[in-house]
Structure formats: structure tokens, C-alpha cells
Write a protein that binds this ligand. Structure first.
Ligand SMILES: Nc1ncnc2c1ncn2[C@@H]1O[C@H](COP(=O)(O)OP(=O)(O)OP(=O)(O)O)[C@@H](O)[C@H]1O
Length: 247
């Protein structure tokens, strides 16, 4: 579904933030993209979603080259960026209706689709309140609703539970599972909460200083590092620290 080959980003100051990354996200995955601060996760998401041009390498989404078909591909993907602004004076309904319109959803379908996504993220009851009065958890849920309003096949969630309390984290996790299982959306997610990733994802990639250090099924990965780390049942956190601290 997403195939990135030799993906590289060299910023104008010469710094190589992403270095020949090979990624393969399969249809139906909840794919965790992990790495320490500064590893290149946001830079990668920005390239995979067509916001930043790679310095080298290529990206195929649903078999289409991203550079060549960027406009078409934007209909297939939805994004919850790491940080994003809202129009605080708008209600949840107005905000989503605006994006439904920008995505070209026909006027007669907009109202129904906006109501559907509000229901899906548990904001239906709050749809008439100004976004400025939403809690952080509600804003994140609204951000997810925005990411799915045009029925994309893949969504990219950059730290969706950052700064949320445990209940807020659980709410987002259950929305993610629901989108994946009931709505067949492939999910690409970054998070520093490794327990969260091991609970909701089936596959992960671990990056460090712009380079891929591992990719695969979580269960296979954990098994593969049993002897190397010398722990009978290593957690994702133990494997992560082993891989990102090694020289
Ligand atoms: N515009 C830029 N110019 C130069 N360097 C940049 C630019 N944007 C990001 N970087 C650097 O690229 C590296 C990767 O940044 P990026 O934001 O992709 O990391 P990240 O893995 O998302 O980090 P975090 O977990 O902290 O969000 C960092 O060292 C960052 O300082």
C-alpha cells in the first residue's frame, strides 16, 4: 500500500534527517513508526503525505508514484499532523463541513458525512460547540474526524495521543482500532508510548538518526531479539532501547 525506497531528505543546511529509508506498509496494517526525538519521523510523514519533496528516493502509494500523482493520492490519504491549528470560532460541524467542501464532497452528501464522522469519533453531542471550548482530547478526535472525512484508505497520525490523559489515550486508541477493523482504514502512526504501540499495532518500523534499524511484525520482532538481548520475553520497549542505543 505504501512503498518507500531509499527515501532521503537533506535539508537546506545540509543536514540529512532521513537517510535511504525502506518502508513497506501493507493494506490493513496498523503500522507503528518509532524512533527517538529527532529520528526523522515527522520529516518522513511529511514526505509520505506529499508536503515535503524528498531529496532522493521514491514513494509509491497504491502502486502510484507520489510525485507524479500527488493530487490523486491526496484523496486516498488523510493526515493528523503533529501540531495543527483550528479555527476556534467554528463549531465542530462547521469545521468538518469546511474540509468536506475542500475535499470536493458533493453538497447533498456533506451533512450526512460530517454527522457520520462526528459520531465515529464520539463528538456528535458536541458538534454545536465552538472548537475553542474543546478539550485537548476532543481536539485530537476532531483532527481524526478531519483526517477521515473524505473516506481515505490510509491515514497518518503523528503522535495522536500526545499530551492526553489516560482516558483520552484510551479513547483515541479505541477509535484507531475501530477505523482499522470496521472501516478497513490502513493506519500509519507515530508515538513515543511504546506500550500503546505494542497494544494497537501489528507491524512497526524503528528509525534512529534517519536510518531504518528494524521493520516487521511485532511478535516476530520480539521473538527474534530474545537471544540477542538475553531476555526471555522482551517487550517492545526493551527491543527499542537495544536498537536505538547501540552504536
Ligand atoms: N527545516 C529543517 N531544517 C534543518 N533541519 C531540520 C528541519 N526540520 C527538522 N530538522 C531536523 O531533522 C531531524 C529530524 O526531525 P523530525 O522532526 O523529523 O524528527 P522526529 O523524529 O519527528 O522528532 P520528534 O520525535 O521530536 O517529533 C531533527 O534533527 C531536526 O532538528
Amino acid at each position: 500500500m505504501i512503498l518507500a525506497e531509499k527515501l532521503t531528505k537533506r535539508y537546506d543546511n545540509g543536514f540529512i534527517a532521513v537517510n535511504e529509508l525502506q518502508l513497506h506498509v501493507k493494506k490493513g496494517d496498523i503500522y507503528g513508526f518509532l524512533g527517538p526525538n529527532g529520528a526523522g519521523k515527522t520529516t518522513t510523514i511529511r514526505m509520505l503525505t506529499g508536503l515535503l519533496t524528498p531529496s532522493e528516493g521514491n514513494i509509491r502509494i497504491n502502486g502510484m508514484d507520489l510525485q507524479e500523482h500527488v493530487t490523486n493520492i491526496k484523496q486516498y490519504i488523510g493526515v493528523l499532523p503533529e501540531s495543527h491549528g483550528y479555527y476556534d470560532w467554528m463549531t465542530g460541524t462547521e469545521y468538518l463541513t469546511l474540509f468536506a467542501e475542500l475535499y470536493g464532497i458533493a453538497k447533498e452528501k456533506r451533512k450526512l458525512r460530517v454527522a457520520e464522522v462526528l459520531e465515529l469519533v464520539g463528538l456528535y453531542d458536541k458538534s454545536h460547540i465552538a472548537v475553542g471550548q474543546y478539550s485537548r482530547g476532543m481536539r485530537q478526535r476532531l483532527g481524526i474526524a478531519k483526517a477521515i472525512v473524505h473516506e481515505p484508505a490510509i491515514i497518518f497520525l503523528d503522535e495522536p495521543t500526545l499530551g492526553l490523559d489516560p482516558q483520552g489515550q484510551k479513547d483515541i486508541q479505541s477509535i484507531i482500532r475501530d477505523l482499522n477493523t470496521r472501516h478497513q482504514i490502513t493506519i500509519f502512526i507515530t508515538s513515543h508510548l511504546l506500550k500503546e504501540i505494542s497494544e494497537i499495532c501489528n507491524r512497526v518500523a524503528i528509525v534512529n538518526r534517519g536510518k531504518l534499524v528494524e521493520e516487521g511484525e511485532i511478535s516476530t520482532l520480539l521473538q527474534g531479539y530474545r537471544e540477542i538481548i538475553g531476555v526471555e520475553n522482551p517487550t517492545l520497549e526493551e527491543v527499542f532501547f537495544y536498537l536505538t542505543n547501540k552504536k
